[in-house]
Write a protein that binds this ligand. Structure first.
Ligand code: SF4
Ligand code: SF4
Length: 441
């Protein structure tokens, strides 16, 4: 694709990067067929190629974002399905990230939307406030549902019916390896996940320590910055990212780390991109690249250390529950951030199969479930359509369990079905001696 940036514009490394990305696009349109918003809306401007043109025009003209550009970029889920499809290696992720920053800097959203975005970006990354907000939402939900529509209704609908208690596992500490120590990793305990499903980190710690891995929850590491980064709030993202890097670097330069583990694939995709995000910051570039280099999804790490046989752990066949029978059928929902963002496609399924589950692929598995950070709140109609489509595809498999690797997908899908949605790691922990996940009854 031809571009028309001036030399002065190209002196900005972010514009130079955007130009590089734009030039790779050959307008072929292959990406449109796998873009969830194009599939739903059939509008070229809601396809990757259409958005690329809109972003190009906005950046070349050095213009403030218009309501039109903002609308179509906001409708993008950042699912990155287009990156998997694109034959030319267009890095849409970096382009749309830059566009979101530009929009945030140059466009004034309507007051309600601005306030809601500010509220979400403040509350969700802070477990204390997020828990308080969810408790309030849960209490008021039966009444509020009668009056609310749109985004506020979506917000209320996402509140879980009962809130789990905070877990001590999520406090900064070190968990000793069981038996012979084989390695040492940091686990990102995260923000929203610690409030919505603390059982995921508990299962992760049990599984890793059972495998002989020492696990540290590093001091000072909170949210990975992903949520605000995807809202174009670069200043807030920068602060959260640097706090995380500082916490992990203390461990890396101290006792040492073999890996930095994420069990929420949306977070993992962002941590793996820290090196790129801070590449122009001389004080942070090297540290960011070090952290990104160590980042691993939990399933990726498990296969790295022990192959698909869950590190050689004995599979506890007694997990077969007398009520559900021995062969649980698992529909594996691949989060976009794992399959498109991190290109991890085999490991989760291999591990679940090794653990004795019958794993089935969800039809149209490349399409997003509609979760996408705060997307299901900010774009409730599109997110609802994507969830319905996802659930219909899942139900066609008649599964006993839906397994996934991202808390956002877990909440989004479970809000629309009675089939239990469980994190992969909870099933692997259960299969190797841990407790049965609570949601399985
Ligand atoms: S990231 Fe997803 S929603 Fe956005 S343009 Fe690409 S395929 Fe479409
Ligand atoms: S598939 Fe790639 S090269 Fe083709 S239009 Fe989409 S982004 Fe451009």
């Amino acid at each position: 694709m031809q571009t028309n940036f001036s030399l002065a514009q190209l002196a900005d490394p972010n514009i130079a990067e955007a130009e590089d990305i734009l030039r790779k696009c050959v307008h072929c349109g292959f990406c449109t067929a796998t873009c969830p918003t194009y599939v739903l809306l059939g509008d070229e401007l809601d396809s990757p190629r259409g958005r690329i043109y809109l972003i190009k025009g906005m950046l070349e003209g050095d213009e403030a974002a218009t309501p039109e550009v903002t609308k179509h970029v906001d409708r993008c889920l950042s699912c990155l399905s287009c990156m998997t499809t694109c034959p030319s290696g267009v890095n849409y992720m970096h382009l749309v990230d830059h566009a979101r920053n530009h929009i945030e800097e140059t466009y004034t959203r309507p007051l309600f939307e601005r306030s809601l975005r500010n509220l979400l970006s403040f509350v969700i990354p802070r477990p204390f406030w997020f828990r308080a907000a969810l408790n309030m939402a849960s209490l008021s939900a039966p009444i509020m549902r009668r009056f609310l529509t749109g985004r506020l209704r979506a917000l209320i609908d996402l509140a879980p019916k009962s809130m789990p208690a905070a877990s001590v596992v999520d406090q900064p500490q070190t968990f000793a390896a069981k038996g012979t120590k084989r390695g040492r990793v940091a686990l990102l305990s995260g923000c929203a996940q610690t409030v919505l499903a603390p059982s995921i980190n508990e299962a992760t710690v049990r599984l890793l320590t059972r495998l002989g891995i020492e696990v540290v929850i590093a001091k000072g590491v909170g949210c990975c910055g992903s949520l605000v980064h995807h809202m174009g709030k670069e200043h807030a993202a920068d602060q959260q990212i640097k706090a995380a890097i500082t916490g992990w670097m203390l461990e890396i330069e101290g006792v040492g780390l073999d890996a930095i583990i994420s069990n929420a694939s949306g977070c993992g995709t962002t941590i793996k991109d820290y090196g790129f995000m801070l590449r122009n910051d001389p004080a942070w570039a090297e540290k960011a690249a070090t952290v990104s280099g160590l980042a691993r999804d939990i399933t990726e790490y498990l296969v790295e250390i022990g192959g698909a046989e869950i590190g050689g752990l004995e599979i506890n066949q007694s997990r077969s529950d007398p009520h559900t029978g021995p062969a649980q059928i698992v529909a594996y929902h691949a989060p976009c951030s794992i399959q498109h963002g991190q290109k991890i496609t085999k490991q989760p399924k291999q591990l679940l199969q090794s653990a004795g589950f019958e794993v089935r692929d969800v039809p149209e598995g490349h399409l997003c479930c509609g979760s996408a950070g705060t997307y299901n709140i900010m774009q409730p109609e599109l997110a609802g359509k994507l969830r319905d489509r996802k659930i219909k595809n899942i139900q066609s498999l008649s599964p006993d369990i839906i397994a996934t690797g991202n808390i956002g997908c877990q909440c989004q899908i479970s809000a629309g079905t009675d089939i239990p949605v469980v994190h992969n790691v909870e099933l692997l922990d259960w299969a190797t001696g841990g407790p049965k996940p609570k949601s399985l009854g």
